[in-house]
Ligand binder design. Structure first.
Ligand code: DGY
Length: 331
């Protein structure tokens, strides 16, 4: 009835998320929810601030900044924040914790999709596929040439992982059959259990830079990892090395990366994430042939996005029922 409806906890969903999640919320009978009914434009901040007033739960995606202002505006009813992402750099965890708000996120369900895309991006970059299709299409394809469009291969290479977690392991598992010689990784502390799954050796940040033929960034963006990939890292890398980032753009100093790529300090970069997003089409990185830029699509498979949507919805409902929330841990 009308009356019963109005006593249900109120939830705001900041995006038209994939149908599975919405169905779960609708059929739960546990919440009444309002939705920013678009996937093409994020909810404007002003509208978001209006809508969160007094809600019990909030389901968001990574375009929403969940900060003091927002939590203050939402008020004391807010018990659960569920983000449809594994990344949590858009959340002020401290603030959420102080207010006792449960936090849910979506690890695991996107690991395969992200690892798969990372391998695709790595091969696209190292074997210069974008350049190659462009040449074929635009008349650059002359006779077969001995060194034309040569790249770097994975066989016999050393692959470095910056920040070893579930995704780093999944990437290494997929790369191993390409006859990689050695996996190395660095992190704030050694991760022997994960490392043993892929036979990876723990090295220092400097050693990772110096030894990697392919360096894949897999860490979370935190104050400690912000712009950790900068001049200091790139200057220590081999000039044949390929740099891949499918984590967050904020871990890279893009000016330094541009410098490293344009001067041949490193051979190439594949980025699925940038600062800002979208990266303006006039950005200097777009002028470089040895830089492949994707529009943040690592988790973009139908099955994964639906799984993320379901998990985010279930996390929200679980949180409202009072089960312990899963506070993300940093990389
Ligand atoms: C995440 O989940 O954090 C990705 O960046 C988008 O799927």
């Amino acid at each position: 009835t009308q009356r019963a409806m109005s006593t249900l906890p109120r939830v705001y969903v900041t995006r038209q998320i994939p149908p599975e999640g919405l169905r779960i919320l609708r059929e739960s009978g546990q919440v009444q929810f309002e939705l920013w009914d678009s996937d093409d434009v994020p909810v404007p901040r002003e509208e978001l601030l209006k809508k969160v007033k007094g809600v019990d739960g909030l389901l968001c995606v990574l375009t929403e900044k969940i900060d003091t202002e927002l939590l203050e505006t939402a008020g004391p009813n807010l018990k659960v924040l569920s983000t449809m992402s594994v990344g949590f750099d858009h959340l002020s965890l401290e603030e959420l914790k102080t207010r006792g708000i449960r936090v849910g996120y979506t690890p695991d369900v996107l690991t395969d999709s992200v690892a798969e895309l990372t391998v695709a991006l790595l091969l696209t970059t190292s074997r210069r596929l974008i350049e190659a299709t462009h040449e074929a299409k635009t008349g650059g394809w002359g006779t077969w040439r001995t060194l034309w469009l040569c790249g770097h291969e994975l066989a016999n290479s050393t692959v470095g992982i910056l920040g070893l977690g579930r995704i780093g392991v999944a990437i290494a598992e997929r790369l191993a059959p390409f006859k990689v010689k050695k996996f190395i990784y660095t992190d704030v502390v050694p991760r022997p259990e994960l490392a043993s799954l892929i036979n990876a050796e723990y090295v220092s940040f400097e050693e990772l830079a110096e030894q990697s033929d392919f360096l894949s960034v897999c860490c979370a963006l935190t104050p400690e990892t912000k712009e950790i990939c900068n001049k200091n890292l790139f200057s220590k890398m081999k000039n044949t090395a390929i740099f891949i980032n499918t984590s967050r753009g904020g871990v890279v100093n893009q000016e330094d990366l541009y410098e490293a790529l344009s001067t041949g300090q490193i051979a190439g970069a594949g980025l699925d994430v940038t600062v800002p997003e979208p990266l303006p089409t006039t950005h200097p990185l777009f002028t470089l042939k040895n830089c492949v830029i994707l529009p943040h699509i690592a988790s973009a498979s139908y099955s994964t996005r639906n799984a993320m949507s379901s998990l985010a919805a279930n996390n929200l409902l679980r949180g409202l029922r009072g089960s312990a929330g899963s506070l993300p841990s940093a990389c």
